[in-house]
Ligand binder design. Structure first.
Ligand SMILES: N=CN[C@@H](CCC(=O)O)C(=O)O
Ligand SMILES: [Mn+2]
Ligand SMILES: [Mn+2]
Length: 326
């Protein structure tokens, strides 16, 4: 028997805990999310939603941001649990991939582990919702999508990022600032271009070097100044052009796309931001398209939240996407 204590694993899969929340009684008329979530996959079927969390701070730490996003999945579940459902649905909670950032390659291992979970859930027929974690979650999600039957069969993938930032940093180590460059590099290895669109780009939040990288990769984007409530026609046209460009959609929501008043609990709060009604409208339009395969929500940091505001905004976007998902 070893006399040494076992090293804590760098990446652990933490089983989901039962969801709980306000209960007004039995029946469809009183339904809330916590009634709809199962912890046993066998009680759910293809077509049902599936949640998987990515409890990870390491990407934000490497990107010199404010840490705390590892608590995001728990805060998002809690905010969603008591939201009322307009009609019955069922969801499976697969638990969290939890990353211990003190190990050297924990982030990379965690992204791979998340990818395996996403691929398994998508191939089982679930509509998958990934709860981040810093925006490095998006590369984990994408790594899973790459392995799915639909993508391997040649389905054209499109990535729509709702974000103030391009996250195309050319850093030595992967972080929350690099996921879309990593995707582009992965696509290039397969002889393909990444089909990457961003809505909500802040000029002040991205250097000219990042704009140049975006241009060289053919990234399509709408600046935050063109995503106001009076810009619905322009925003809809952008989203429709994106949807026409692909068959399978990875929607990724960085909560710092929202104004700081709505989403203070992120690493880099937005002074300007895209209004909640515009972001929600985009989520619903994408969800209705019939092309959405997976959505991830990134950067929720409960440590910097104000009265659960950011968690509620994130939950509302998940709620709207999930209840509109065709
Ligand atoms: N995921 C975050 N990405 C941003 C953060 C910017 C900031 O911290 O100000 C980025 O790297 O550009
Ligand atoms: Mn961002
Ligand atoms: Mn981001």
């Amino acid at each position: 028997m070893s006399t040494y204590p076992e090293a804590a694993p760098a990446v652990a899969v933490v089983p989901a805990r039962p969801w709980s929340g306000r209960d007004d009684g039995p029946g469809a008329e009183h339904l809330r999310w916590h009634h709809a979530v199962e912890l046993d996959a066998e009680l759910t079927e293809p077509g049902d939603l599936a949640f998987v969390g990515f409890a990870c701070d390491e990407g934000v730490r490497r990107n010199k941001g404010r840490q705390g996003a590892a608590q995001g999945p728990a805060a998002l579940r809690q905010a969603l649990a008591s939201m009322a459902l307009p009609k019955p649905l069922r969801a499976f909670d697969a638990g969290d991939v939890s990353v211990d950032g003190t190990a050297d390659d924990a982030l990379e291992t965690g992204q791979q582990r998340l990818g395996s979970a996403v691929a398994h859930l998508v191939d089982r027929g679930h509509r998958v919702v990934v709860l981040g974690g810093g925006h490095e979650v998006a590369f984990g999600t994408y790594s899973g999508l790459e392995q799915t039957r639909a993508v391997r069969a040649g389905g054209r993938l499109g990535v729509l990022n709702l974000d103030a930032h391009f996250d195309l940093r050319d850093d030595v180590r992967p972080s929350s600032g690099t996921p879309f460059l990593q995707m582009a590099q992965s696509e290039a290895r397969h002889g393909r271009d990444l089909n990457y669109w961003v809505l909500g780009i802040s000029q002040a939040g991205n250097t000219q070097a990042l704009f140049r990288t975006a241009q060289s990769l053919g990234v399509r984007y709408l600046p935050d100044t063109e995503c106001g409530v009076l810009d619905a026609t322009r925003v809809d046209a952008f989203v429709d052009a994106f949807l026409a460009s692909c068959e399978l959609v990875h929607l990724t929501i960085d909560l710092d796309v929202l104004p700081a008043a709505v989403a203070p609990g992120v690493s880099a709060p937005a002074a300007y931001g895209v209004p909640m009604e515009v972001v929600e409208r985009v989520c619903a339009r994408v969800a209705r398209s019939g092309k959405l395969v997976v959505v991830d929500v990134a950067e929720l940091n409960p440590e910097f939240d104000v009265d659960g505001r950011t968690a509620r905004a994130a939950a509302r976007l998940v709620h709207r996407t999930a209840t509109t998902w065709a």
